[in-house]
Each structure stands twice: as C-alpha cells, then as structure tokens.
Design a protein around this ligand. Sequence first.
Ligand SMILES: [Zn+2]
Length: 769
Amino acid sequence: MALALYRKYRPRTFAEVIGQEHVTEPLSQALRSGRLHHAYLFSGPRGCGKTSSARILARSLNCAQGPTPEPCGQCDSCKSLAADGAGSIDVIEIDAASHGGVDDARELRERAFFAPATSRYKIYVIDEAHMVSSAGFNALLKLVEEPPDYVKFIFATTEPEKVLGTIKSRTHHYPFRLMPPGVLRPYLEQLCAAEGVKVESAVFPLVVRAGGGSARDTLSVLDQLIAGAGAEGVTYARAVALLGVTDVALIDEMCDALAAGDGAAAYSTINRVAEAGHDPRRFASDLLERLRDLIVLQQVPDAATKGLIDGPSDQVERMVAQSARLGPATLSRCADIVHNGLVEMRGTTAPRLLLELITARMLLPGAEATEDLLQRLERVERRFAIAGSAVQEEDARPAARPQPTAPTPTPRHKPDTAAQHKPDATAAQHKPETQAAQHSPETAAATQHRSETQAGQHGSETQAGQQTQVVQHRAETAAAQPPAPREPEVKPPPQAVMDDPATPEPERPGSSLPPQLDVTGVRRAWDEILNMVNSRKKRIAALARNATVRDLEGDALVLTFQSAALAGMMSKETSVLSDAIYEVLGARFELRCEVAGDQRPAPAAQAARPAAGPPPPRRRRRHRKQSRCRPKTGPSPPGRVAPPRASRHRRRKTATRRRRHRRHVPSPTDSRRLAPPRLDVAPVPNLLLPRPTPPGRVSLPSTRTTTARGRMPPRRARPRGGRVRGFRPRRRADRRRGRRAHGAAEQRAAGNAVVAADLRRRKDRRGLG
Ligand SMILES: [Zn+2]
C-alpha cells in the first residue's frame, strides 16, 4: 500500500517546511539559541503544517544532539519520532477533539509530574486545542502556567480565538498561513519528479486552485490524480473532468464573447457549460477568477513573471489579449456583476437561469457609474439625429419658401413675450372681438347638444347633417366678420396642427456647429417626450396629450390647447414637461400654453399682465367638466380665422346646460389629442328610452329597468339612502332569475306590489311626519 503523498513527504526539519518561513525561522533561531518556552500555540488553517511543525519541534527538542533546528535523524529519539517511527513514550499527542474533557485534563496533569522516561523533555502535543472544554482548560491552567522544567506543551488549533485566553497568554503564539500558489506549484513539480509521474503543466494550476492554499489538500488532490493516471500521466482533460473545474476553453470563450459583446456566443457557451454537466456556480466562480486575473494583468503587465497570476504561457498570452479587449471599466463592472451573482446563486434552485441573467447584465453597456455621462451623450446624439433628419426633409421639399431670419437662441425670454407684442390699448380694443368670435363655436356646440337631446326620434344622418350645417354657418359668419386691427408684428394664428409648412424654419448654421432644433424636430420627438412625462407624472402626461406643438419662438415653445382650462392647468405645471423635453432634446425651452385659435397665452401664464384676460380658473371642477364636455373639434382649417371666445357668463351658462345634458347622453370616451371631430361620432343611444322588445318575447308592463347590477326600482321612485326591499344584489338576483324561469310573471308582479306598497308606506309616513 502506497503511503499518502502528504504523509510520505511530511517535512522532517523546519527547513523542509514550505511557505511558513515567518514561523519556522524564529523557531529555529530559538532552538539554536536555547531560548525555549514551555508552551507554544500553533494556529492556522488546516493542512498548512501546524501538526508537522509541532512534531518537528518535539523532535528537535529531544534530539540527542541537543535542542537543535536540524535533528540528526540518527539518535533513538529521532528514529522513533520519524514519520515511519514507532513513536516515543515521552512525546504524547492528544487529540483534543476526543480527549478534551475535564477528566482527560486531570489525568494529563497527574501524569505530567512524572519525569520523561528516556528523552530530555516530556512533550504534550495537543491537537485541535480549541476542542478542549473550558473546564479542561481550567484544569490545565496551573500546569501550563508553571510546569516542571521537563514538560513542554504544544497546542495546535485552527481556531485560536476559541482557546481560553488564560491559556493563550501563557504560550508563544505562532500563526501559520495558507500557502501561496507560487510556493506550492514548484513544490508539486518537484514532488512529481520525485515520484516519477508525468503531469501536464496545465494541471498544476488546477491542483493548486483545488487545494485552496492548503498543502495537505493540494497533495491529496495530486495524489488522487496520480492514482487515476494511466501510462500517459496526468492529462488536463482528466484533471478537468475529475476536479469538476470549468474548462479554460469555456472561460476563454466567455471572455471573448463579453469582449465582443456577442450575446449569441455567450449563451451558447452557457449551454455548453450545462451540457458538459458543469455546475453553473462553479463556472461563475471560475469566471470571476479569470476576470480577476485579467484585471491584475491590466494593471501589472508582467504579472505572470511576478507570480501574481498563474498559468501556462500560452494561456497568459490569451489573457493579455483579452484584458486589452475588455478594458478596465468593463472588467471591473463584469467582476462586480459576477460576484453579486454568485452571492445570489447561493441556494438558488435554478443556477443556470441566474447565470444567464448575469450574462445578460454583463452584456449590457456599462450604465451604473457613467449613467449621467451616457445619458448626456445620448441626448446629444438624439438631438443631432432629430435636427439632422429635419434638415434633410427640408432639403427634399421643393417649395421655395421665404427664409426668415434665424431666431437666435436668446437666453430665456420673459414669460409674457406675447404681452409685449401688443400694447394694452390695442389689447382692449382687440378683446371684445376675439371674445365674440370665440362665442360662436360655443353656441354652435350648445346648439349641437340641444339638437342631440331632441334627436331621439331623428336618425343620426340628419343630426350630423344639421350639425355640419350649423358649424359651416358659424364658420362663414366668423369669416365674414371684418378682420381685427392687428399689430404688424403679431404672428398669424396657428393654422395646422401637425406639419405646418408655413412654420418658419431656422436658418441652417455651418456644418461644424450642431444643427438648430426646430418645431418639426420637437413634434417628431413629441411622443417620446410624452412617454417620459408619463413615466414621471401621469396627470401631466394626460394634460400634455391635449397639447399641440404649435411653434418654436426663440427658446419659447408654444403649445396650444383646446380649452383655456387645460392651458391654464398646463401652464401651472410646466416643470415636468420642460424637464422631459430637456431629457429628450437636450434643450431647455420656456413653455407657453395657449388656447387653440387664440393668440393669448393661458390665464396663468399672463398673470403678470394687470387687468387683462380672464382670471385663473378657480373652480377647477367646473372647468374640467366643461372641458370634458367640449366637443373635440379638430384643428381649424388653414386660412380661416378662428372664432373668438364666448363671454364668461355665457360659458358658464352653456356649461350648466351641458352638464344637465351629460346626465342623459354620455360623451364619447375618446379624448385623445387628435380625436376625430364630434360630428363623426355616432350618437349614443339613450339608455332610458324603452328598448324594442325582441321578437318572440312578451313584454311585461313593468316600471323597472334592468341594470348591470340586477333589478332595481326605477330611478325616480327609488328613495335616496336606505335599503329598498325590491332591490337585491347580483347573486340573489340571479337566483331569482332562475326561479323566474319556472314561472313568474306573478313573481315580478308580486315584487312590484311589494315595492309599490313600500313606497306608499313611506309616503304615508312622510305625510304624517
Ligand atoms: Zn537526533
């Protein structure tokens, strides 16, 4: 039977102990100078040479040549304490894991007072010292503090913090450490040469990695590989299969895919990892190690020669290339992602899924640290793209248009630029006319509503025809009105909603400068802006959907609304919209909200102007209703002067009328920005009118109407509040319906009778009261 490698090659002197020079050298020096302590504490992770060092120390102390760091190996003590020796009666090894009780400690204490039989010292090596119970330690305490001259204690433990403080303070503490790969690898090569086994050089890093820095674990792994090796020695493929580590080729593929941003390659690599039966967690941790190696390589180009990374030279070359392709920011970000993913993978039921998610995150462009920068870059790019395409379109248009002077981007207008255009005196003259002009569509709408109310008997065609006539008539009268004496610098009212050919385009600057944004560009990006607003504040987005981008005057963006109420609400809260515009277009605009067909800004926007314009809407509820009720007429056709607004009093009156009207006829639900004109909407049937009885069914003379929630007494008859006996919630109503199948008109009649009786009773009671 072959002896295990770690036993066969157990060091016999301190000089043979590898990787623990910080411990062995002071100890050797102490032995040489004879400054010996009576108790030592060796601590450190498993397999790094504590017990071996304790035995060497015992051997060194008891060698016939005197306490020496180099035991002779010839004397009886050295022979008996050799790896294959019989052992010495004076060197007592105690496994505290099984002998840590207080009784064992007492026994040890009693025996310790007998002098050594043959050797110089009686040496107690207490392994796994942290397993000694606290009572046991206390029993030993006195002995460890003042032992006889010939007694030495060597405690070895993996957890020195568990050793009783009072014991620890009486010892010399030597901490052992894990062995670095740079130490282990040459040792392994040397050992394989001594064993006469051929091992591929790519195997050593795997073995070292598998050993985790512990010499014993490493030797065990190597032992296992050598035991399973055939005539060709230990091959890389065999080692990979046996150790379950990820093939370097897979890691290489993954790194290449990440560097190229090739998602297909990355996911096929994951598929192969799964197919090969590798653990996705193991793959992730191996990938993390590779990323670490790449990061180190990036910072230290000669890391391989310095021993910072380990691997065959061809692999190091590949890694250098990978680190150059991946770049420091990506590498560090990927390493972070994989590390966090590994934490998440702990205990997950679907590690492969998580690995795929991690990969997806790695393939994304880095967005955490440089988010702001990226966003700004994207904004600039988008602005270039939008403005660039606008310029192209403009080139494509054949019409020769008078080129107005470019609106120079002045630094922020005052909010009342429109007010500056016209002096107050002209505004006063101007106002009644605009109001009168506005009055006509309102009345037209009112007429329309009235006709709708009467339209129960009329067909929808005649109704629509009537409306068209009314509207046409109004438009004609509006057009027939003499034009208002306007100032020359006042702009013509907006004509088109979407693409306005008459909109002054800014002059194109030189190609080196970024192209100027124009109103077409804003319109093109409007949907995106709305989406952004919607993601922040739904209410503002709903408001902004009613807006039409009319014009871009300098750095003032003019939005038009169908109603003054909407414009007023919008102009109060422009910040969200303004921010969204900035996010999308990269430019800040002052937002001016106006009513469609009106040149004046919204009431809230012109608060600075004294005694002009209607006050801001105080009773919002009413206004909202009004705006909902307002017919959604489309944009006024080009070339026509928009009708002026109605007076406030008239508006209120119409609103009240409409509100009453609304109870009977629900308005079309579609309130989008470009809703078709009301004229096209088919009239909604009046629900309260008696429905035609389907053929083959007897209509019963009933005062009830069927609603969605079962059967209810008629609206008028139902008293407010309080429970009505005739009314049942849905389930019971269903049951009743079932009963009704058996027959009963009588049932219903009875129910009616009950309700009628109930009502009568109530009425009587009220009369009495
Ligand atoms: Zn000796």
